[in-house]
Design a protein around this ligand. Structure first.
Ligand code: B16
Ligand code: MG
Length: 210
């Protein structure tokens, strides 16, 4: 293994909880039921795809302009939640693991569907740990398409077979597999479909896999 490619939301930082909160607030305002299954499906997919999933339970259709406005409303709420993030919002286990992987000579990348990824990495002080960052502003197709992981591997100069993808989303594990990467599923949503090569409960377990 020459590289480790990390998902951001739900893997490096707990912004998955802020996404969840912002979507639940929007669904609540629209009177749309929103259960845990819907929440798991929002992980890893783009903002507009996530909105379509939220609106499935609504029973009416929306114009493209209405959808843009709803996505902007959710993003505004989400940005308010992440605006005050600091390095203290990164678990000590996370920085210890990133340092140890770098010391072993591994190349590290972030591959996120989020258009807010660089903002989050800056706020939390995580940017300097990574040799490459590919985010939602640089891809045409979000997970489960492997584009974001393939781009990250390309920037790092490694082949998919030489990289391990770390994901908290079923869509992300599928994307990794489809792109020819091995994967580590962090948490139940990522492990749900049984497609990951490894299942981990915390990031330090990666040190036993690479
Ligand atoms: P944004 P990841 C993904 O990030 C999130 O898991 C997903 O819930 C979100 O809809 C997507 O980013 C887009 O995020 O609205 O900030 O552009 O898990 O791929 O790091
Ligand atoms: Mg994620």
């Amino acid at each position: 293994m020459r590289a480790v490619i990390f998902d951001l939301d739900g893997v490096l930082v707990r912004t998955d909880q802020a996404h969840d909160k912002a979507w639940r607030a929007l669904a609540g305002r629209l009177g749309i039921p929103f259960d845990g299954r819907a929440a798991a499906r929002l992980r890893g997919v783009s903002r507009m795809e996530a909105l379509d999933i939220v609106l499935e339970g609504c029973g009416r259709s929306f114009t493209p302009a209405e959808k843009e406005a709803l996505a902007a409303e959710k993003n505004e709420r989400y940005r308010a939640l992440i605006a005050e993030m600091t390095p203290a919002d990164v678990a000590p286990d996370t920085t210890v693991t990133l340092k140890a992987l770098r010391e072993r000579g591994l190349l590290l990348a972030v591959a996120s569907s989020s258009k807010n990824a660089r903002f989050i990495l800056e706020r939390t002080g995580l940017t300097p740990y990574f040799h490459a960052v590919v985010d939602g502003t640089q891809i045409a197709r979000s997970k489960p398409d492997p584009e974001v992981f393939l781009k990250a591997a390309q920037v790092l100069g490694v082949s998919p077979a030489e990289a391990l993808v770390v994901e908290d989303a079923a869509a992300g594990v599928r994307a990794a597999r489809c792109g020819g990467f091995s994967s580590a599923a962090l948490g139940p949503a990522a492990a749900a479909e049984g497609l990951a090569d490894h299942e981990i409960r915390s990031l330090p377990e990666l040190l036993e896999l690479v």
